[in-house]
Ligand binder design. Structure first.
Ligand SMILES: C[S@@+](CC[C@H](N)C(=O)[O-])C[C@H]1O[C@@H](n2cnc3c(N)ncnc32)[C@H](O)[C@@H]1O
Length: 253
C-alpha cells in the first residue's frame, strides 16, 4: 500500500479517510484540546519541543510581516514565531473551536495577539496575495493536501514563503515497521495516561494508517513543485519520518 503511484496517493487517501476527516476528527480534537500540549510531549517521548525548535530554525522572518498558521491548533507555532519576531501580524485558522480556545488563552497569557478564524482550511477565507509567510505543522495527513497547498499558494504574496513540518512516510523498509510500532506504542501510552475518550480511542488505528498512506519527504517536495512553488527545499530527520519543507511563491505571480 506504500508503493502507490504518487499521483494516485491523494485520491486513495481521500477515498480511505474522507469520512474520518469529516465525521470524527473534530470530536477527537475537541476532546484532546485541554491536554493536547502536554500529550504531545508524552506521545513524542519528550521530543515535541525539539521538533518545534528544529522547524523554527528553517523559518526566515522579517519585521511587520503578515503571517498565517494553518491548522493552528493551540497556536504553538504562531506563539513561537511571535516570540522571535513580536512585530508580526499573526493569524491562525483551525476548524476546532476548542483547540483555538486553548490557543487564544496561551497567546493572551504571553501578551500576544493572534487573529483567530474557525473554519475548514480547504477554503481559506482570505484574499489573494495576502500573507508574507504561512506555516503548517502536524496536520497535513488529515487534509486533501493538494487542495490546501493550492489555497496557501493563492493567499501568499508573490515571493511569500510556505513552511511545512510533519511526520512523513518513511521509505526505508527497516525503518518503516519500527516507526509504526513506535507510533502504536505512543498512541497507546497517551490514551492510557490521559484516559482518552471514545473518539480518540476509535481513531488510534486511523492515526497510524493515515501515515502509512501519506507522502514521503521527496513526494511532498514534488507536490509543492507541481503546484507552482519554486525554490522547494526539504530537510528530513529521524530516518525520513520527519520532514521540514520550505517553498516560495514565484515573485512574478
Ligand atoms: C495534530 S493538530 C496540530 C496543531 C498544530 N498545528 C500543532 O502543530 O500543534 C491538527 C489540527 O488540525 C486541525 N484540522 C484538521 N483538519 C482540519 C481542517 N480540514 N480544517 C481546519 N483545521 C483542521 C485540527 O482541528 C487540529 O487542531
Amino acid at each position: 500500500m506504500n508503493e502507490l503511484q504518487p499521483d494516485l496517493r491523494e485520491s486513495v487517501r481521500e477515498e480511505r479517510f474522507g469520512t474520518v476527516w469529516v465525521n470524527d476528527l473534530d470530536q477527537v480534537f475537541a476532546n484532546v484540546a485541554p491536554y493536547y500540549d502536554v500529550a504531545n510531549y508524552v506521545a513524542s517521548m519528550g521530543l515535541w519541543g525539539w521538533f518545534r525548535r528544529r522547524f523554527m530554525r528553517t523559518i526566515e522572518l522579517h519585521p511587520n510581516e503578515k503571517g498565517l498558521d494553518v491548522c493552528a491548533g493551540t497556536n504553538a507555532i504562531a506563539i513561537a514565531l511571535l516570540k522571535r519576531e513580536p512585530t508580526l501580524k499573526m493569524h491562525a485558522i483551525d476548524r476546532s473551536a476548542e483547540m483555538q480556545a486553548v490557543g487564544q488563552k496561551n497567546a493572551h497569557a504571553l501578551g500576544f495577539h493572534i487573529e483567530s478564524t474557525i473554519g475548514d482550511v480547504h477554503t481559506l477565507p482570505f484574499p489573494d496575495k495576502y500573507f508574507d509567510i504561512i506555516t503548517l505543522q502536524f496536520a497535513s495527513r488529515h487534509l486533501r493536501v493538494k487542495e490546501v497547498f493550492s489555497e496557501i499558494h493563492r493567499v501568499l504574496k508573490p515571493g511569500g514563503r510556505f513552511y511545512h513540518c510533519d511526520m512523513l512516510r518513511p521509505t526505508n523498509r527497516i525503518v518503516a515497521p519500527i516507526f509504526y510500532a513506535y507510533l502504536r506504542f505512543t498512541l497507546w501510552l497517551t490514551a492510557l495516561v490521559f484516559r482518552s475518550g471514545y473518539s480518540a480511542l476509535h481513531c488510534k488505528q486511523y492515526f497510524v494508517h493515515a501515515l502509512q498512506m501519506f507522502y514521503s519527504v521527496e513526494e511532498l517536495s514534488d507536490v509543492l513543485k507541481t503546484l507552482g512553488y519554486q525554490d522547494v527545499s526539504a530537510k528530513s530527520a529521524m530516518f525520513g519520518t520527519m520532514g521540514f519543507h520550505r517553498a516560495v511563491k514565484p515573485p512574478q505571480e
